[in-house]
Design a protein around this ligand. Sequence first.
Ligand code: FAD
Length: 260
Amino acid sequence: MYDVVVVGAGPAGSTAALQLSRKGFKVLLLEKHTVDRDKFCGGGLADRTAELLFKIYGNEIKEVFDFRVNGVVFESPSGRRLIVEYPPEKFYSYLVVRSKFDSRLAEIAASEGAELRENNEVVRVRKEGDRIISTTRNGDEIESRYIVVATGSQDKLGEQMGIAPLSTDQLALCWGFEEDYDMDKVFKLWEREVGIIPVFLFFGPVPAGYGWVFPKRNRLNIGMGTNMDYVKSPQKLFRNFLSRVINEGLLPRDVAKFKV
Ligand SMILES: Cc1cc2nc3c(=O)[nH]c(=O)nc-3n(C[C@H](O)[C@H](O)[C@H](O)COP(=O)(O)OP(=O)(O)OC[C@H]3O[C@@H](n4cnc5c(N)ncnc54)[C@H](O)[C@@H]3O)c2cc1C
């Protein structure tokens, strides 16, 4: 019997598994896919997030940080830009590629004692006396004293334990892509237009939300997030947003070729 079953090996689950293993608990970390799969995400680490990661995982976690920007550009609905250059000593402003980031966190949790099982989806959880039984899609029944459900925003497992489902106004609709790209082409434009290599946040083209352009070392991440109730055609909205950014000279024209 395990002390704790942690369901979901995203950053939350892997970090919970790591911390519990360090405290001496016998931990099983179950992930429904493989930990190195791509998840659509901006991958931007706020400085407090990066600080916390250094504290928990140590400086070696830096190896998996893919890129560092030196500022942020906010663009208002009218197109005015606020360009903020970070003082290098204060802000971390790293970006990660999720497949590499998530797999490294899970790997570290496993190296410090958590047992990691990929391709193991938990489909049912029930309580029997003081034990919790997690049933996987493969039909295994796993016993533990405690369970941590870290399955992200998509999963319904929490509902089986009485956690209220999220309502549509608590959920964001996100649309975008991350693709390999020759980033030198992009950085040249940014040096000319804004003088720094930042992350961009655009307010205006996306109602009740915002669009972003995040650079990685060899990848370009562009997306938008908004409230589901506001958008009838996300594809069209995203294309309009992308055209605006291209027309402003912030992205090369061939970026429009990528599928969302
Ligand atoms: C488009 C988009 C852009 C974003 N950009 C940023 C950003 O730039 N910066 C930032 O900090 N955050 C960003 N976020 C938010 C960030 O992705 C989440 O906060 C983060 O992934 C949450 O981590 P988590 O571990 O809670 O969940 P997740 O990363 O979702 O991990 C949950 C894991 O549980 C697994 N799982 C689910 N159900 C089961 C099950 N039944 N059994 C076993 N395993 C299961 C899943 O496969 C998954 O690996 C973004 C999110 C989106 C959607």
